[in-house]
Design a protein around this ligand. Sequence first.
Ligand code: MIG
Length: 727
Amino acid sequence: MKISKVNDHCIWLRYGNPVMTESLMFDTQNIETLNTLPVLPWTINLTQNKMTLAYTMDEETKILGLGENLRGMNKRGGLYESFCTDDPVHTPDKKSLYGAHNFLLITGKTNTGLFIDYPGKITYDIGYTLHNEISITINDVNVDLYVFQRGSLKELTLAFRSLMGKAYAAPKWAFGYQQSRWSYETKKEVDEIVQGFEDNGIPCDAIYLDIDYMENYKDFTVDQQKFPEFENYVKKLKNKGIRLVPIIDAGVKIEPGYDIYEEGIRHQYFCQNNLEEPFVAAVWPGKVHFPDFLNPAARRWFGLKYKNLVDMGIEGFWNDMNEPSVFYTEDRLQKTIDMAKNSEGENLDIHSFFELTDAFKTLFNHPEDYQKFYHQMAGTLVNHKKVHNLYGYNMTRAAAEGLKEIDPNRRFLLFSRASIVGQGRYAGVWTGDNHSWWEHILLNLQMMPAINQCGILYTGADTGGFSGNANGQLLVRWSQFSLFTPLFRNHTALNTRSQEPFAFDQQITGIMRNVIKLRYALISYLYSEYMKAVTKHGVYFMPLCFEFEDDLSSEVDDQLLVGESLMVAPVYRENGKGRYVYLPEDMLMWKASTHEIKEIQLIRKGTHYINLALEETPLFIRQNRLLPMSEPALHVDDINLTELTVLGFVTDEATYVYYDDDGVTRDYEHGGYWETVIRVVYHNSQFTTTIVHNTNHILQKIHFILVGPDGKRVENQLVVNDTSEPV
Ligand code: MIG
């Protein structure tokens, strides 16, 4: 074992000879090697081919983390598996979703964190078998462990974040509202949706193309019948302020003559079976090969294919089915069919009947099928199962690196379904096939900070729910949370009820218009906070306990901090006309029924029942923090950035660094961004507002709406000089 001190918070233990995941990216040259193992909170047991880690919890211990996963924010009580899984039914008894995020944060007298850098399956028993025990099992002895200690939960998270490299910056238009469904199948259908937004005056920046835009589900093709003159069409929509975002699937259709298939075969870019032939699985188009994204040459080849669509004006993509999802393999299907044939005319009893039906039910993503194929890694063939969680990650990396080569300075929208730690450098994720269930609003909220802890900042769920049928109030309440998520996308499955913001009745359309306009009013803040998290290795969403250390703050798991100024507490109960909200300090509550700041009220620290009519989105502005906002527009590019409205609750003094940049290029990476340092002081019952420093040459005026400790509202205007002198 090799022991190193990575930084003041982190010890790295290398056991054996692990697979290089490239999840973390830090300078390994200048770190200190330790000769003795420091005292660790974990008991680590090694047998010949297995590692187990044990931790004893006390009654108060809480376990945060595991990124995209089921159950509450506190993972205690559950069984979990890290194995990227396409399971569309997200119920609490499931053990994994699409991501594999092996980071735990354990609270207690001393907080500790753990990251397991290992790309195969890991199982977590977190107080399930034994109430006070965590037991983690890895069927391998080649593993990198990172133990974090000596700091607050936030400090340990930031120490982990700092090892990952810079996070992905989505283009600014991707902070607009986005509309999807499986599928807007033709140009005509897309036109109708665009018209719906225009007729109803609802802002929108993107419309999604799901698998049906392709020619027979072939990646990087466009069906000419459904989308004639695609390039012109993309341009026409862009002139209207709308981007088209096509899906790309992991499986490549087996079809002689299809260039991607032919090239993949010619260069041996596909995963292989045990006979070293291209491995055959089945997904959408029927039989497919899986590009071997773990092989750098295959990765580059696939990544550059995005050019086909980029050349037609496309600026954003979503990568799907990259766990990878496997409908069936030929031999398993054959066996199952034979089994059915042999059952014909038989008297099926309790055993044989379920054996037969289970054989069909388990065809999809069968665990044994993941052992049937291999990857080329540094010249050796590696069985897929050992490195399963690297697949979606490397597909996304392929896309990100390809897009960077295709158009080096442009920021593309890119997000993936499967993911692992480190992927946040390349792209975002969405949380996959949820349901139109109220429980999934809460699950959405609970996953967000845990995904951020793993460095994936651009996230969001299928708002309104993927499977099942939404009603108007579900869409409204869900949107009142999603309007704070970087990815704010409404998406639903094939054969479900339409759930566009104008798909219900007049009343719902009106409320949705205001909810989405509120999002656009907040983009100045949300984008500023997002980009600061990118450039400073921070997080965008936090649980309350990251900032407040009282007992109740660590209990609350249905409220979140969004950036440095806001707390959100959405209604997630059907027919709920309000909810309990816990305030760890005095805050300014804004019940926003439109983006205009009317209903604001100082609320004292403590627990309150807050009435919230369907049209009211609750926002809580923290004490001595500021919230910059803009006048909404129908598209992000049309937002007027010359003026800001700053809402503040100031009892002493507040400083806000308002970040902005061009939103489309990577210039921000080398100083191409603007900062405005806004300061408000409350003294002798008066407010003083100043611009401490400003490099933003667009901004001209700030309108302040301020509330002091007495709860009185004061307004004031400030003209911004583009000097860095106090005004
Ligand atoms: O299993 O492309 O999660 O968003 O609409 C269905 C069709 C395959 C899964 C994605 C979903 C998408 C759907 N895909």
